[in-house]
Write a protein that binds this ligand. Structure first.
Ligand code: ADP
Length: 175
């Protein structure tokens, strides 16, 4: 516990991700995580490797609307997750495993993170089978081609996607 200025709380966990945009799969993980933890800090990555469709403010605003009534705090972060966690009241992060293809990437990240921050622990939750193949990318792909995404995301997100794609004039999802 050397050099730690923040008192750590084992009843809180951080759920980091791009959330571009938040989907029913993310919400499924969130509700599972809230069965284990009292409070979840949703940490929205500012500058991921992918160019986001929604600004970080838009992503946070959608998350806020669809998590009202849940014990969550919504923040954004930049840089290394290992450094962000160091400043927080918990060392625990939640990630999830969908199809087996997630495993390699998530395993690599968890190992690297714990190398960079020895106090950090990654907890993996499995999603419900109906969300196994759901991702923000798939949602954006379907929406950009005019498909119905109302069964994949909360209504407010479906609306924002429509408006965003209309305003960006995108109708085929390609750059
Ligand atoms: P990142 O770019 O960090 O992967 P995402 O927003 O895509 O950000 O995902 C954040 C976390 O949420 C990851 O652990 C991911 O596996 C999980 N997640 C994304 N979609 C789903 C889903 N459909 N069901 C369960 N978990 C999901």
């Amino acid at each position: 516990m050397q050099g730690q200025s923040v008192e750590k709380n084992a009843r809180t966990a951080i759920y980091p991700g791009s959330f571009d945009p938040i989907t029913n799969g993310h919400l499924d993980i969130l509700s599972r995580a809230l069965k284990i933890f009292d409070k979840i800090i949703i940490a929205v990555l500012r500058n991921g490797s992918k160019e986001p469709l929604f600004s970080v403010e838009e992503r946070m605003s959608m998350i806020k609307q669809v998590t009202s009534g849940m014990n969550v705090v919504i923040e954004s972060f930049d840089g290394l997750l290992a450094d962000y966690v160091r400043q927080k009241e918990t060392n625990i992060i939640i990630r999830s495993l969908r199809a087996t293809s997630d495993f390699d990437y998530e395993f690599q990240m968890a190992v690297m993170n714990s190398q960079m921050n020895r106090e950090m622990e990654s907890i993996f939750l499995m999603t419900g089978k109906e969300y196994f193949f759901l991702s923000s990318s798939v949602v954006k792909e379907i929406a950009s081609r005019g498909g119905d995404v109302s069964w994949l995301v909360p209504p407010v997100v479906a609306e924002k996607l429509k408006a965003k794609l209309r305003s960006s004039g995108s109708n085929n999802g390609e750059e």
